[in-house]
Ligand binder design. Structure first.
Ligand code: ADP
Ligand code: MG
Length: 476
């Protein structure tokens, strides 16, 4: 009897080894190491085979995600088996830190050895748990980043409205909320505002806000300290998960894999997810396709570059907050000149106010220009002749090639003159240089165009407005 059992055991073990190899091939190394590797073979009861896992959470996950596969593979290997039962048996199983999953994945391994956080990982310092972070999320939020301080304009109204909706409603209306826009335009501000709002309204809701970078480090640390199960469970127990700057995990496969599972588990439980990035989901190169499509399937709201009106409102609001007296002319000048992003705009304002307080001189346009000389130079928009030609052609609805062509019909000649005029006004190019860019025309032709446009601007109001509009569009 015993002999027969040993024989059966050995056979089962052999079959199990083959099945594990099949599973690994099927789901990939990372998922295998996270989920399937800790499984151990249990006993066989009639036609039922038992597989043991260390936690209930894992059992549910395995059943839900890999149950069918497991049964299918077993049935093929062993016709006596008709059912696979996943049971929880903590002491039996040997939970391993799946560091093997990192093999061949340069990103994580390099981070482990080279990044400053490697000390953190090695030394085990800074051992705050994710649990503390959800209980204490407010401590991690910037006090200034609340809805009240967020100025809404045309360029960010959608993102703002979506953020408010996510913060105010009790039901999940879109999942995830994906906010994107380039740096310094208020993504983090909006995310903090959501977290503030939710936790203030209902302190019991567990909100976890984290940069994608930190998510990755926490994940690596969990691998290192063999606490991946805790990691998974803690992430999966939050009501709202907010991950900032998700583009950070582009190209980082294991972290993406982990995030993907977290994401799905939370969506399944109808928990809100908010994600930000510097690009739209479809533009996130190095992001796995399935994750990209998940990220894009809720509400995607972009924050466009600021426009003049928004910049001016932000400046007015911030100047009020600082209690600083700034002449309108200075605010308008800044709103006009510092177009890159809100962070720089704020920085510029702070510098001017600080300087004026320090030297005890009132703020004027001159002092502003002096204090911000370097910043202004960097923000100088260098619009190119090509951009001008393109914009003007679009505006007058002519073909771009007609900017260079010899056609003299008024319908193309006039827009071409406008483009030459704007090139003279908005770039530092000389007349001959401009002429060359317009199909090798002579500098006198450019001169003539400039004169003609000036003349028309003073006599034809709608023409004047057209040119003004173009100029403003090009200067933004
Ligand atoms: P991002 O995360 O998109 O890089 P942040 O949210 O960090 O940008 O914003 C940069 C700075 O600009 C912050 O100080 C933020 O408060 C401020 N800011 C951005 N947009 C606005 C806005 N619409 N109103 C007020 N402040 C803003
Ligand atoms: Mg940010």
């Amino acid at each position: 009897m015993t002999e027969q059992w040993e024989h059966t055991d050995a056979k089962l073990a052999e079959q199990w080894t083959r099945i594990r190899a099949l599973l690994r091939a099927e789901v990939g190394d990372a998922a295998f190491n996270s989920w399937l590797k800790p499984l151990t073979l249990g006993e066989i009861l009639g036609t039922r085979l038992r597989i043991a896992v260390p936690t209930r959470f894992m059992r549910d996950w395995i059943e839900q995600n890999y149950g069918t596969k497991l049964t299918e593979f077993w049935k093929e290997e062993n016709p006596n088996i008709s059912q696979v039962e996943v049971i929880v048996e903590p002491q039996r199983t040997n939970v391993q830190a799946p560091l093997e999953g990192l093999r061949g994945q340069g990103d994580l391994r390099t981070t482990l050895v080279s990044s400053r956080t490697s000390n953190e990982i090695e030394g085990g310092v800074n051992e705050e748990s994710i649990k503390d972070e959800t209980e204490n999320v407010q401590a991690l939020l910037d006090k200034r980043f609340i809805f009240k301080n967020f100025i809404v304009g045309r360029t960010n109204e959608l993102a703002h409205a979506a953020a408010r909706r996510a913060a105010e409603s009790d039901q999940v209306q879109f999942n995830p909320l994906f906010l994107f826009g380039s740096v310094g335009l208020g993504k983090t501000h909006l995310m903090h505002a959501i977290a503030w709002h939710i936790t203030e309204r209902d302190p019991k809701r567990r909100v976890l806000y984290m940069s994608a970078e930190k998510f990755m480090y926490q994940f690596i640390r969990a691998l290192r300290f063999r606490t991946t199960m805790d990691f998974k469970e803690q992430f999966r127990s939050v009501d709202v998960l907010m991950i900032d700057d998700i583009q950070f995990i582009c190209g980082k496969e294991s972290t993406q894999e982990e995030f993907f599972h977290t994401f799905n588990a939370l969506v399944d439980q109808n928990r809100q997810i908010v994600v930000s990035a510097d690009k739209s989901p479809s533009d996130l190169d190095g992001m796995e396709e399935r994750l990209r499509s998940r990220l894009g399937c809720g509400l995607v709201a972009d924050i466009h570059p600021t426009d003049y009106e928004l910049r001016l409102s932000i400046l007015q609001d911030k100047a009020d907050h600082l209690g600083a007296e700034l002449p309108d002319k200075v605010l308008e000048f800044l709103a006009h000149k510092i177009t890159s992003n809100v962070r720089e705009l704020e920085g510029a304002l702070n510098r001017i106010v600080a300087q004026s307080t320090l030297v005890g001189r009132p703020i004027s346009l001159e002092t502003t220009q002096e204090v911000l000389r370097d910043l202004l130079r960097a923000n100088d928009r260098r619009v190119t002749i090509e951009e001008i030609q393109k914009k003007v052609a679009e505006h007058f609805n002519i073909r771009l090639v007609d900017m260079h062509s010899a056609r003299r019909a008024r319908a193309v000649a006039r827009p071409r003159q406008v483009a030459m005029y704007l090139s003279k006004q908005l770039t530092a190019r000389s007349l001959p240089e401009i002429g060359r860019k317009f199909g090798g025309r002579d500098h006198t032709t450019v001169m003539h165009a400039v004169k003609k446009v000036e003349e028309l601007r003073s006599t034809d109001n709608s023409f004047h407005e057209d040119v003004e509009l173009l100029k403003r569009m090009l200067e933004i």
